[in-house]
Design a protein around this ligand. Structure first.
Ligand code: WTA
Length: 635
C-alpha cells in the first residue's frame, strides 16, 4: 500500500518527482498493487502527441466492473456502495450494498445482452439521478458496451445529435424525472428525438414517476419485468486496457459536440488514485459529489473512482433549493457526509441565502470540501470555508476537464496548504506548462499564460469519436508536442496554479460548458434573425451569463421585440436545452467586424460587461461606427 495514500507534503514532492522522472515505474507500481487485471500489460505507456497517439497498459486485460464490484464482495459485500437520496425528502433513502449492486448490475447487463447489445456497441443513457443510471453505466461496462450518457436536461434535438453521432442502437431512459417541484417528461423527449434517429431499435424504460407514456411496440420495453426474469450473475467481458469504456460529449467552440472517448485501463487507474488522495477517502467514510452523472464529474467521481476504492458514494436526485435552500446541509447531516464535492455556482447561490439554512444542521462530519467546474471567487471560497468547513476542513479546488478524465491540478487535503482561488499544485504524474502567444513555454513563477500539459497521464481521452483529426486540431495543433486545455492560468510565487478561465469561445454558465457557435446557430435559425453573436458576462451566481447581440432581417418596429426575445430563447431551449438560454438579448444594427469578416468578440465582451472605457484600437474595424450604436442601447 506504500505510495497509494499520500501522507505529507514531502511525500507528495517525492512521488511527484518520481512520476516525472520515471513515469513508467511509477504508474506500473500503482497499477500492479491496487487493481485487478486478467492479464498484465506488455508496455506501460507509449505516446506521440504529433499524431496524437497515447496508450497506457497496452496488452493488459481487465474489466473495470470487477474492480468496482466483484473484488469488494468478499471484504465489504454488505457495505453500502450507493446511498441514494431521492428528490423528495419524505421518500426514504436507499442503501444499496456492494452485494446488491453487483446483482443489479449483472441483471441489467443480462437484459442488455438479451436485447442483442454486444461488446463495442454504443448505448445511450438518458436518465435522471436514480440508481438505475449508475447501474446501467456499470452494466454497459460489464459487457464491454460503450456507454454514452447524455445529461437529462438536454433537449430532444441535442439528444438526437448525440445518439446519431455515435450510432447508438439502444437508448435507456425513464418515464419521467423529478427535479425539485417539477416533473419532467423524459420519455416524451426521447420519443421526439427518435423521430430523427432511425438507427435506434430498442428503448428500455425505467419506471420512476409512473407518468403516462407511449410505448412503441417492438421498440420500447419496460425494464422492470425484464430485470425480474434476468439472472443475477453475468460474466464480465474481458477488455483490452485500451478498449473504449465510454463516450461523453462536451461542447466545442465550433460546430457539433465532441464525443470524447475514454479508455478502460488508464481511466480506471487514474480516477481511482486521484479519488483516494484528493478526497482522502477512508474505509468508513460517506462521500458525496453533487454533480450529475451526465457530466464527467459524475462518471469519474460518483461512479468509477469511488467504487474502485470500495467507497460509499451518495447519489442525489434533487436540487440544492428544494424544498428549501437548506437541502444540501440537511442531507450532509442526515447521512453524516465526510467528503462533500460541489460546484462554485451552487455555493454562490446558497451563500446568498440566510445562514439559518446552514446553522440548523450539524455539519461536524465534514472532513474535506471540494469544488469543480469553474473558477471559484474568493468570496464564495471564504463563505464555503467559514460556514460549511468551519475553518477546519480543507477545500480542494480541483481543476480538470471532460477530456482529462480525472483531476489534474488540486490540493491534497491535509497535505497541501490551500490558498483561496488557487487549484494549487499538479497532481502526481501531471506536467503542466504555461505557454505564451508565440508558442514558447513560460518558465519560472509569477507568470501567466495558456495552460498546456506536456506529458500524457493515464486517463486522458484517446480521441473524438469518429473524428481523430478534430481531436488533433482542437488539442494538439496550437502548441507543438503539448495538449492545450483551452484555459488560461497563472503560476504564483510558490508555484501554485490559478485557473483564470477559458481563452476560447467556450463559456461556462453555472458550471456548464457552452460553445458559442451552436447557440448562435440555434438563434440564426429563427426566421426573423440574420446574424448573431454570443458573449459571456460576469454573473453573481452563475459565474457567467450569456449576452446575445442579434441582427434582425427586417429593420423597424414591425415585430414585438419582447416576444421575439422569448422566441429566441425558446429556439435555444429546443436546440440545446434551457441551460443555454440568454440572460440578455440586444437587437443591433450590425456587429463589429475585422476587415476579414471576423466578429470582434473582445469588443462585445466589454460592452456586455459594461466596461467600455477602454475598448482598445477599433480603427481597424470594417464598421467602427456600429460600436457606438451598440453601446448606446446596451443593457
Ligand atoms: C473549467 C469539468 C477553474 C475549466 C470537470 C475547464 C475550472 C472546464 C475548474 C472543463 C476549477 C473546471 N477552476 N476552472 N477548479 N474546474 N474548470 O469539461 O475552464 O465540464 O476547462 O469538466 O471547466 O469543464 P468540463
Amino acid at each position: 500500500m506504500s505510495n497509494y495514500s499520500i501522507k505529507n507534503l514531502e511525500e507528495y514532492f517525492q512521488l511527484y518527482r518520481k512520476s516525472v522522472r520515471e513515469p513508467e515505474n511509477f504508474w506500473e507500481e500503482i497499477a500492479e498493487e491496487h487493481f485487478l487485471w486478467r492479464k498484465r500489460w506488455k508496455r506501460v505507456m507509449r505516446w506521440d502527441f504529433s499524431k496524437p497517439e497515447v496508450t497506457w497498459f497496452e496488452g493488459a486485460k481487465l474489466n473495470i466492473t470487477e474492480n468496482c464490484l466483484d473484488r469488494h464482495l468478499a471484504i465489504r459485500g454488505e457495505k453500502t456502495a450507493i446511498l441514494f437520496e431521492p428528490n423528495d425528502p419524505e421518500e426514504k433513502a436507499q442503501h444499496i450494498s456492494y452485494n446488491e449492486l453487483h446483482k443489479r448490475v449483472c441483471r441489467f447487463a443480462n437484459v442488455l445482452k438479451s436485447q442483442g447489445v454486444k461488446k463495442g456497441d454504443r448505448v445511450c443513457i438518458y436518465l435522471p439521478m436514480i440508481p438505475e443510471l449508475a447501474i446501467s453505466v456499470l452494466a454497459c461496462a460489464r459487457i464491454g458496451a460503450i456507454h454514452s450518457v447524455v445529461f437529462a436536461g438536454f433537449s430532444s434535438q441535442a439528444l438526437a445529435a448525440r445518439i446519431n453521432d455515435c450510432d447508438c442502437r439502444t437508448v435507456i431512459t425513464s418515464d419521467g424525472s423529478y427535479r425539485g417541484a417539477k416533473t419532467l417528461d423524459l420519455k416524451g423527449i426521447v420519443d421526439q428525438s427518435l423521430k430523427d434517429c432511425k438507427g435506434v431499435k430498442t428503448v428500455l424504460v425505467v419506471n420512476r414517476t409512473g407518468g403516462e407514456v407511449e410505448m412503441v411496440k417492438g421498440r420500447d420495453h419496460w425494464i422492470e419485468p425484464l430485470l425480474e426474469k434476468a439472472k443475477d450473475e453475468c460474466k464480465p467481458e474481458i477488455m483490452d486496457a485500451e478498449d473504449p469504456l465510454f463516450i461523453l460529449y462536451t461542447s466545442g467552440s465550433t460546430g457539433k459536440p465532441k464525443g470524447m472517448v475514454h479508455s478502460s485501463g488508464g481511466y480506471m487507474v487514474f480516477t481511482a488514485y486521484t479519488f483516494k488522495n484528493i478526497f482522502r477517502y477512508r474505509e468508513e467514510d460517506i462521500y458525496w459529489c453533487t454533480a450529475d452523472i451526465g457530466w464527467i464529474t459524475g462518471h469519474s467521481y460518483i461512479v468509477y473512482g469511488p467504487l474502485a476504492n470500495g467507497a460509499t458514494t451518495v447519489m442525489f436526485e434533487g436540487v440544492p433549493t428544494y424544498p428549501d435552500h437548506g437541502r444540501f446541509w440537511e442531507v450532509v447531516a442526515k447521512h453524516k457526509v465526510n467528503q462533500f464535492y460541489t460546484a462554485p455556482t451552487a455555493i454562490r447561490a446558497l451563500a446568498k441565502e440566510s445562514l439559518d439554512y446552514v446553522e440548523k444542521y450539524d455539519l461536524s462530519s465534514i472532513k474535506v470540501l471540494g469544488t469543480v467546474g469553474e473558477p471559484i471567487n474568493e468570496e464564495a471560497w471564504n463563505w464555503y470555508n467559514n460556514n460549511i468547513g468551519k475553518n477546519k476542513s480543507p477545500i480542494v479546488d480541483t481543476w480538470w476537464q471532460t477530456e482529462t478524465g480525472g483531476i489534474m491540478i488540486s490540493p491534497i487535503p491535509y497535505v497541501t496548504p490551500t490558498t483561496p482561488t488557487y487549484a494549487t499544485l499538479p497532481f502526481i504524474g501531471v506536467q503542466p506548462a504555461l505557454m505564451d502567444d508565440k508558442g514558447n513555454e513560460i518558465k519560472g513563477n509569477q507568470v501567466e499564460g495558456r495552460l498546456c500539459i506536456k506529458f500524457p497521464w493515464p486517463s486522458m481521452a484517446r480521441t473524438i469519436w469518429g473524428d481523430h483529426k478534430r481531436y488533433y486540431d482542437t488539442y494538439f495543433s496550437a502548441f507543438k508536442n503539448m495538449y492545450f486545455t483551452g484555459d488560461g492560468a497563472m503560476r504564483n510565487a510558490v508555484g501554485y496554479y490559478r485557473i483564470t478561465g477559458r481563452v476560447d469561445d467556450v463559456i461556462i454558465v453555472s458550471g456548464h460548458n457552452l460553445g458559442t457557435a451552436p447557440i448562435e446557430d440555434a438563434i440564426n435559425e429563427h426566421q426573423a434573425v440574420s446574424e448573431s453573436a454570443i458573449v459571456g458576462f460576469p454573473h453573481e451566481v452563475k459565474g457567467n451569463a450569456l449576452y446575445g447581440f442579434v441582427i434582425l432581417k427586417e429593420v423597424g418596429e414591425a415585430r414585438d421585440r419582447e416576444n421575439l426575445k422569448k422566441e429566441i430563447n425558446q429556439q435555444i431551449a429546443e436546440h440545446i436545452g434551457p441551460i443555454a438560454k440568454l440572460d440578455k438579448i440586444q437587437f443591433v444594427p450590425g456587429l463589429p467586424k475585422t476587415r476579414s469578416g471576423k466578429i470582434m468578440r473582445r469588443i462585445l465582451r466589454k460592452i456586455a460587461a459594461n466596461d467600455t472605457s477602454n475598448l482598445g484600437d477599433i480603427s481597424t474595424l470594417l464598421n467602427p461606427e456600429v460600436v457606438e450604436e451598440i453601446i448606446k442601447d446596451a443593457q
